[in-house]
Structure formats: C-alpha cells, structure tokens
Design a protein around this ligand. Structure first.
Ligand SMILES: [Zn+2]
Length: 114
C-alpha cells in the first residue's frame, strides 16, 4: 500500500506532513519555516531562496554550505536541509528555525561553501 509524502521537521521531529503533497509553510511543532520541494538539494535551496525573495544568494553555494555545517555547530539548529519520504523518491526541503531569519542564516550557510 502506498502512503503519501511524509515530512518530519529536522529541528523538533514533529511530523509536519503526512500523506499530502507538502507546500512551503511552518512546522506545527516549533514554528520553523520551510520551503523547497525539489528533487535535489541545490534545486530545493533555489526554490526556497525564490520563495523567501532572496535572489541575491547563490543557491549552489548555500546548498554546498548547508551540507558542511556540522551537527554541533549552533547554526545547524537554525537552518538545515532534509528530505521527505515518499514512494520510490523524495524531495528536499530547507528549514529555518522560528527565531532565525532566512536571509541571515542562509547567507551564513553560504560562507561554509568551499
Ligand atoms: Zn519543528
């Protein structure tokens, strides 16, 4: 039996989406904002940057930086990427903590890019 997409908040582990197609929104558990929804992480970052009106940031640099933020880094609790779960494939989403500003934390993430 096939279930619909499931998206779990990477910041608080609340089940955000269960069985419906995710749209950009906010986590009901911690209020983190999320956007993206592309088949790969750079695409999801590009979609999230567009959603938040941050066209001045380079999606590839932000994406590359996000994957270099170590779990113990304080920035990791403010911005992170995750994938949803669905049959046979998944889509990527960018989560920004409720207390953080997407423009700020995504610009800081880009600084981690090689
Ligand atoms: Zn959450």
């Amino acid at each position: 039996m096939a279930g619909g997409p499931r998206l779990v908040c990477p910041l608080c582990r609340t089940l955000v989406i269960d069985g419906t197609e995710p749209l950009p929104g906010a986590c009901p558990g911690c209020g983190a904002r999320y956007a993206g929804g592309a088949a790969d992480a750079p695409g999801a970052v590009a979609a999230a940057l567009a959603w938040w009106g941050l066209g001045g940031l380079d999606a590839d640099r932000v994406s590359g930086g996000l994957f270099r933020i170590l779990p113990g880094d304080p920035l990791n609790s403010s911005v992170t990427v995750t994938s949803d779960r669905r049959d046979g494939f998944y889509r990527w989403w960018v989560f920004v903590a409720a207390a953080a500003t997407p423009a700020d934390v995504l610009a800081r993430a880009a600084e981690y890019a090689p």
